[in-house]
Design a binder for this molecule. Structure first.
Ligand code: ADP
Length: 455
């Protein structure tokens, strides 16, 4: 209101001045009244012209980008410009704040590990994050406003979207190559829909492995149980001679042992999976371990093979003795079981240049064809099922070995060729290897005796 009084004063002054000048001019032409009237009108006209000019400047500024400030006038126009400018600046600030919040919200959805896709009532893509783009092979920018059903053509997805029944998620197998997606749709707003996608490939793979595992275990246990049931029936229904009875009991004992080994290996695997990583500061003497593995191998072979075990390595390994022993013993047992009589088996240690080491078990057995190598450590995978079972194998040995070595930060490598024997290597990292006097083991070669471990 502080502009009103000055403005009224200016208007009054303009009219008074106009009237005075008009009256002075009117005296000259003997028409003082007309002069006064014209003078007052000129005063008002001058005021209107000044207003028109200042109003025009303000409108020009409003029509433009309003980057600079509003025209700095005094009075009514100054106040009007100032108030409009302030309203515009406040609106811009609120808009920027909302924009920022929207960007933050979109960045959060963008960072989500799940795919998020928004569809309008015509199934057109309103927005989608990078993960959804990846899941459905969409371009989050290029494909905006496109109908999703024109771009994602899996029949299961299209009919799920169109059916409108979204209580259960849709499992989209083989989407994006070999992946499996779990798709959830939620309706919101007026006909809008939110499509959420989650990559469940790993979960499905684990679930299918679990199913296979249970089926395999059931099968492995059912076979000896069926055989045992047959023997029990035979013994209870047929009159057997003493020799026959002994033979049947021996066979029953074999089947029982087979089940025991299976259960024991399963328990070992379960323990390995459920226990924490072996401590890096519990040191196990390798020489004692090799000695024990050697004598167990000798006992199993019963003189059918020539077994050489490296001695005097002076090395200690950090880990769990029972696990390391079980890993090497499994390899030696396999070597004895699969190598024909008269073959050679060698258990050795080699220090590696990086401070780590390699424990190896090699044999002159039948070897393994290349196509089987990548699958050997799978549970129950056998190259020759009947040979494995005949010799008391459970199909879990190499799986246990791999687990043990991985838990110790190492790796199992298998080198084999049909007719040329096999070599299984346990590679252990430097942090788990030291010489017996406590020093790290760098590039030291231990001696392999000509004939160690006693043939
Ligand atoms: P299994 O109890 O059947 O021996 P493993 O997991 O120990 O189970 O071994 C998996 C398969 O790898 C075996 O069935 C066998 O076919 C093959 N294999 C393992 N060790 C040897 C070896 N030293 N020589 C030849 N084949 C082997």
């Amino acid at each position: 209101m502080n502009w009103l009084v000055p403005r009224l004063l200016i208007a009054a002054l303009a009219v008074a001045l106009g009237t005075f000048v008009g009256s002075w001019a009117g005296n000259w032409s003997s028409l003082p009244m007309l002069g006064e009237l014209l003078g007052a009108a000129s005063g008002v006209g001058a005021l209107v012209l000044a207003d028109a000019l200042r109003g025009h400047r303000l409108i020009q500024w409003l029509r433009g980008s309003q980057q600079g400030g509003a025209p700095r006038d005094s009075g009514l126009w100054g106040e009007l410009g100032y108030r409009i400018e302030r309203a515009i600046r406040e609106r811009d600030k609120a808009l920027a704040r909302e924009q920022g919040q929207l960007q933050q919200f979109l960045s959060a959805i963008e960072a989500s590990p799940n795919g998020v896709l928004m569809l309008d009532e015509h199934d057109q893509i309103v927005w989608c994050n990078r993960v959804a783009g990846d899941h459905f092979s969409l371009d989050p920018i290029r494909d905006l406003r496109q109908r999703i059903t024109n771009l994602v053509r899996y029949p299961a997805f299209v009919s799920y979207l169109q059916a409108g029944q979204y209580a259960e998620p849709l499992l989209l197998a083989n989407a994006r190559g070999r992946a499996t997606l779990s798709v959830i749709v939620r309706a919101y707003g007026e006909g809008m829909r939110l499509v959420l996608s989650l990559d469940v490939t790993e979960r499905e793979r684990a679930e299918s492995m679990r199913r296979d595992f249970v089926a395999n275990v059931s099968h492995e246990i059912r076979t000896p149980l069926t055989v045992l049931t047959g023997f029990i029936e035979t013994m209870s229904s047929l009159p057997l001679t003493e020799a026959e009875r002994k033979r049947v009991l021996t066979l029953m004992d074999q089947q029982t042992q087979r089940m025991l080994s299976l259960v024991s290996d399963l328990l070992t695997l379960a323990t390995l999976e459920g226990s924490p990583r072996p401590a890096p500061d519990r040191w196990v003497a390798l020489d004692a371990l090799l000695l024990r593995v050697g004598s167990d191998g000798q006992a199993l072979s019963a003189g059918r093979h020539r077994i050489r075990v490296q001695q005097d390595t002076q090395v200690e390994l950090a880990g769990i003795e029972a696990e390391l022993l079980s890993a090497v013993a499994n390899l030696v047992t396999n070597a004895v079981r699969y190598t024909p009589d008269g073959g050679e088996i060698e258990v050795g240690w080699r220090a590696l240049g990086d401070g780590g080491g390699e424990l190896s078990v090699s044999d002159t057995g039948p070897g393994i064809a290349r196509e089987h190598l990548p699958r050997l450590t799978e549970r129950f995978y056998r190259v020759d099922g009947s040979r494995s079972r005949e010799t008391g194998g459970t199909g879990l040995g190499l799986s246990i070995v791999k687990h043990v070595v991985q838990r110790h930060g190492g790796e199992l490598q298998i080198q084999s060729e049909p007719g040329k024997g096999s070599k299984f290597r346990l590679l252990l990292p430097a942090v788990r290897v030291r010489s017996r006097n406590g020093e790290a083991e760098v590039g030291v070669e231990a001696a392999m005796p000509e004939s160690g471990g006693g043939d």
